[in-house]
Design a protein. Structure first.
Length: 157
């Protein structure tokens, strides 16, 4: 049986759970979210529901002897980056505060609670199944002016 952890069961985590549940494959899910109401939408015999912060859950349960087949991070933070920050410690890796001037240089910026800056070409919620083509938006059909990775890589601050 395939074991899948979905860390974060908000909009995108719930969509991932729905689609993977419908696959007809023999799967077991561990769903993690700090908001119990998000988890209750997924209640069933093939799911364990864990009310927890995603990083805390991984820290407690992700061990060499027990590893899921898949971990699907569906959080507004980069789970792997937070994991590395936790395990490498501040002498080897640390967060760098982002200057407010970045926000006016990137499209549709939103600053998160921890100081992260989220950017998107879209000024709307993108569809969950968008394949993110490089040159055109699948919703508006407008041509993309810049590749986001290149735009971010070329910032001079």
């Amino acid at each position: 049986m395939e074991e899948i952890w979905i860390i974060g069961v908000g909009y995108f985590g719930f969509v991932a759970f729905q689609r993977l549940s419908e696959g007809g494959r023999n799967r077991y899910f561990v769903l993690v979210d700090p908001v119990e109401e998000h988890l209750l939408r997924c209640k069933g015999p093939t799911a364990t529901l864990e009310v927890s912060d995603g990083l805390d859950f991984c820290e407690k349960h992700l061990k060499k002897g027990r590893q899921p087949d898949w971990i699907i991070p569906a959080l507004p933070v980069h789970l792997a980056a937070k994991w590395l920050l936790l395990h490498l410690g501040p002498d080897n890796l640390r967060r760098v505060p982002l200057s407010p001037e970045i926000e006016i240089l990137v499209p549709n910026s939103i600053r998160g609670a921890e100081g992260n800056i989220y950017v998107s070409h879209a000024d709307f919620r993108c569809p969950a199944d968008c394949d993110e083509p490089r040159d055109i938006c699948t919703v508006t059909r407008d041509m993309r002016k810049h590749n986001m990775f290149e735009l971010l890589g070329n910032l001079d601050i």
